[in-house]
Design a protein around this ligand. Structure first.
Ligand code: NAD
Length: 361
C-alpha cells in the first residue's frame, strides 16, 4: 500500500522558509511573493497542518511551469459596492491573491464595519485559517466558506463515489490581549493533503474515513492516489455533507466562480472563497464581546472539581504544535522532501543547494 514507508527529516523553520523562497524565486516569483508563499506554507507546517505546508510546493511549482498557476498575479476587483466585493483571481498563486483580497476586505471592514468578499478562480489558497488569522490581527471577526475545484475527492453522504472537494470552513475570533480562537477544518473526515501525507509515509488511515474505488470502506490512503480512485467521506455524517454543499454554492456559485461538476479537467487546483469580515468595534459591542468570550471560555473549559482540565478551544492544538516545532524543528517525511528536491531541480535549483539551505547536506 501507499508510496512506501518513508523516513523523516527535521528542518529548522527559517531554513525551510529559505528553501521555499529560493525555489519560488527560481520559478520567477517576486521577492514579495516568495515571502508570502514561504510564510504561508511554513506556518501551516508549524501549526501541524503538514497537508497544507511545504508538501504543496511541488504542485504549485508544476502548475506555475505549465501556466496553470500564474505567479506575481494581482486580484482584479470586478464588483465594489463598499461593503460588498467580488474579486477575480484568474488562477493567480493563491498565497498572494488571497492575501491581497483579504487585505482589501480588512481595510473595508475597518472603515465600514463589515465587508462581504467573494474571491473566485484563485489557485489553491492553502490553509484557510491563515486568512482568519489575517483578519484577527486587525481585530476583526471573520467567516470563510471555500470550495475546491480539482479531482473530486469526497463522496456526498449516502453516495459511493467522489463528487465534490474537501470544501473547508474557517472562523476567526480575535481575543483582545490573548491568542485568538481559530476554527479551521475541511468538511471531509480528513483534508486530501493529510491522506497524501499518510500515503507518502506509507501508513494506514483510521476506519470510517475512506471508500475504495468500488465504494467500499478502506483504510488504505492509496484509494485517493491510485486507480480505481475512491473517496473521502464527509465528517459528521449528513451534517458535514450539508456544510460541504453550502460551501460549493456560496463560494462557487454565488461568487460567480464554479461548483465542482465532473472530473478534473485541468491541473490547476482552484479555490473560491466567500468571506464575511466584521468589526466588533464598529458594532459597538467590542467591550461586551471581549468580556463575554473570556467568561464563556472559562466556563466551557472548567473541569469538574478534582479533575484535570481536558477541554481544548479551537486554535489551541495548533499553538501547542507551533511551540513544539519552533523548538524541535519541522518534520518533513522523506517522500515529500524528495518531491521538493525534484521541484527545485525543475526550476534550476540543484538538489545539493536545496539540501544545503535546509541544513541537511
Ligand atoms: P482538523 O481536522 O485538524 O481540525 C482543525 C480544527 O479543529 C482547528 O480549528 C483546531 O484548532 C480544531 N481542533 C482540533 N482539535 C481540537 C480539540 N480537541 N478541541 C477543540 N478544537 C480542536 O483540520 P482538517 O480538516 O484536517 O484541515 C486541515 C487544514 O486543511 C485546514 O487548515 C484547512 O483550511 C485546510 N484545507 C484547505 C483546503 C483548500 O482547498 N485550500 C481544503 C481542505 C482543507
Amino acid at each position: 500500500m501507499g508510496a512506501g514507508k518513508a523516513g523523516e527529516c527535521r528542518i529548522e523553520n527559517e531554513a525551510l522558509r529559505t528553501v521555499v523562497r529560493r525555489i519560488f524565486a527560481a520559478a520567477g516569483s517576486s521577492e514579495r511573493e516568495c515571502g508570502l508563499v514561504a510564510e504561508h506554507l511554513v506556518e501551516a507546517n508549524l501549526r501541524g497542518h503538514d497537508s497544507h505546508g511545504v508538501g504543496m510546493l511541488p504542485a504549485y511549482i508544476a502548475n506555475a511551469l505549465t501556466g496553470e498557476c500564474r505567479l506575481n498575479a494581482a486580484p482584479t476587483v470586478v464588483t465594489d459596492l463598499g461593503a460588498l466585493m467580488v474579486v477575480e483571481a484568474d488562477r493567480g498563486l493563491g498565497q498572494t491573491i488571497a492575501h491581497d483580497a483579504v487585505a482589501m476586505a480588512v481595510a473595508k471592514a475597518k472603515t465600514q464595519g463589515a465587508c462581504i468578499m467573494a474571491l473566485r478562480n484563485s489557485h489553491h489558497i492553502g490553509r484557510i485559517g491563515h486568512w482568519s488569522e489575517q483578519c484577527v490581527r486587525a481585530g476583526l471577526v471573520s467567516i470563510h466558506f471555500v470550495n475546491v475545484i480539482s479531482t473530486p475527492a469526497v463522496a456526498p453522504f449516502g453516495g459511493r463515489g467522489a463528487r465534490v472537494g474537501t470544501n473547508p470552513i474557517s472562523i476567526g475570533l480575535p481575543r483582545p490581549g490573548r491568542d485568538p480562537f481559530v476554527v479551521d477544518f475541511a468538511t471531509s473526515r480528513l483534508a486530501v493533503g493529510k491522506v497524501r501525507v499518510a500515503y507518502n509515509k506509507g501508513v494506514d488511515l483510521p476506519e470510517g474515513v475512506l471508500l475504495d474505488g468500488a465504494g467500499e470502506p478502506t483504510t488504505d490512503p492509496a484509494a485517493l492516489f491510485e486507480e480505481p480512485l475512491g473517496a473521502l467521506r464527509t465528517f459528521g455524517e449528513h451534517k458535514g455533507w450539508a456544510l460541504s454543499f453550502a460551501c460549493d454554492l456560496l463560494a462557487g456559485a454565488l461568487a460567480g466562480g464554479a461548483t465542482q461538476k465532473g472530473p478534473k479537467n485541468r491541473d490547476a487546483i482552484i479555490n473560491n472563497m466567500f468571506s464575511i469580515v466584521v468589526s466588533p468595534e464598529a458594532m459597538g459591542t467590542s467591550a461586551a464581546y471581549a468580556r463575554e468570550i473570556e467568561a464563556y471560555a472559562e466556563w466551557v473549559t472548567a473541569p469538574p472539581a478534582g479533575r484535570e482540565p481536558s477541554v481544548l478551544l479551537p486554535g489551541e492544538p495548533e499553538r501547542a504544535t507551533r511551540a513544539d516545532r519552533l523548538a524541535n524543528k519541522v518534520p518533513v517525511d522523506t517522500n515529500t522532501w524528495e518531491q521538493i528536491l525534484a521541484a527545485g531541480e525543475s526550476v534550476g535549483v540543484a538538489r545539493a543547494e536545496t539540501g544545503r539551505i535546509a541544513g541537511l547536506a
